[in-house]
Design a binder for this molecule. Sequence first.
Ligand SMILES: Cc1cc2nc3c(=O)[nH]c(=O)nc-3n(C[C@H](O)[C@H](O)[C@H](O)COP(=O)(O)OP(=O)(O)OC[C@H]3O[C@@H](n4cnc5c(N)ncnc54)[C@H](O)[C@@H]3O)c2cc1C
Length: 425
Amino acid sequence: MKVAIIGGGVGGLAAATRLAIHGHRVQIFEARDDVGGLASGFEAGGAWFDGGPYIVLDRPGLEWAFEKIGLDISALRLTKVEDFYNVGSIHIYLDLQRTVEGLGDAGRAYEKFVNHMNMIRTRLEPLLRISHPNVLELARHGALSAAPFLLRSLGSVLKRSGLPRDVIDAIAIWTHVAGQTIDSAPSVMAFVPALIHCVGAFVPKNGMRAIPQLLADNARQQGVEIHCSKAIRKIVIRSSRVLAVDDIECDAVISNYNGIGTYDQLVEVRNRIRKKLRTMPLQSPGLCAYLTAKSENGPYLRFRLNRGLQLRVTSPGTVRMIMPFDRNASEEQQSAELQRMLDNPWWREGLSERDASLSRQHESGDDAADDAAWPAAASQSVDQGTVSRRRIDASRTMGQLLRDFRDSRRRLAARRSCCRFNLTT
Ligand SMILES: Cc1cc2nc3c(=O)[nH]c(=O)nc-3n(C[C@H](O)[C@H](O)[C@H](O)COP(=O)(O)OP(=O)(O)OC[C@H]3O[C@@H](n4cnc5c(N)ncnc54)[C@H](O)[C@@H]3O)c2cc1C
């Protein structure tokens, strides 16, 4: 069978490889000039940055997926991030006992909560490896008895934990990253502390971007053809059968573009359905500032909850400042928010030799492929059209704008909101 895959993110690369292993002829069409999607990295001023993800939380899941496509996870040289994160005074280490001791009176309740969540998590985990579990399989793994838990929200699970507010905020911090409220987040988000303490949190030696790089090398070795700088505009369907993507014939299509965007932009659907698609909620892509800096000791991730969420990700030599934002915000509002984030001194703690800053924001009105073209900015923007990047002026307090930044990916450079700033303040 001839399979066309739209998009070379980690999902598209993994699917392509698996299909190629099974003897299909697979072609990936990627809009950007390189594969990786949200998980890719980029080079700026001699430093390498990860664009999106910062942590591997489900190592066994990654191990399993790698095995299915003939890869050994040891190639990533995963390292544990022992001093993992803090939110205000709450400090989470991978070591449960160390965390419990730091939590004082709340320590025992936290330990009990983690163990309870881990018990449910391990019971349900095998289901992650079954595509369409039937009732028998669900029953065998205790999913039916876990149904009441699965139907609850994270907020309701945490309310019953008896934990104090600041610890609840620290556990639920991951929902804020996605711009979700604790009461709209699913109960399984409560598995995160169980994963942290019982499985671990990891980063590949060469950054998260090493994951798509490895996947792409492997895909090519397995015979997958990868065509970059090729944005697909249309999936051609006749009598419920896929015939082609644009003018390239194929027997099947896998879209690695998000579901809403795929149906809204690549497939002919009735107006009624399109309207419905456009009312669906979209995840916040977030604003980001990239810096080079030397860091002394401290947690890998520092979260700050103050009106909204801010996150500092510290890697050797580089720092990223991330915040979710309302995707309906104007570019001026985004600029102001980004500036406010950088103006606040909290993120500078423990950093020295802070230097260049690249920043990113969104504007509406570009095409689908471009939407996904910037790592960590892959919005599912249907209601606003799609997004692109624009140069921003953050020079007000960050110092004089030194020069426009252009990275090696020429085609996209014009669209990125990358600027270089002097961080003298
Ligand atoms: C800021 C941030 C932090 C994150 N942190 C973590 C984390 O710590 N841990 C974790 O596990 N996950 C994290 N994630 C999530 C993780 O990055 C994504 O789930 C994952 O990378 C998605 O991969 P994907 O292949 O499904 O999609 P994508 O990476 O979005 O890939 C889609 C690809 O399709 C291409 N494409 C789209 N439309 C077209 C078209 N019409 N024609 C051709 N190509 C097209 C795009 O260019 C893109 O390359 C984070 C994400 C973000 C944004």
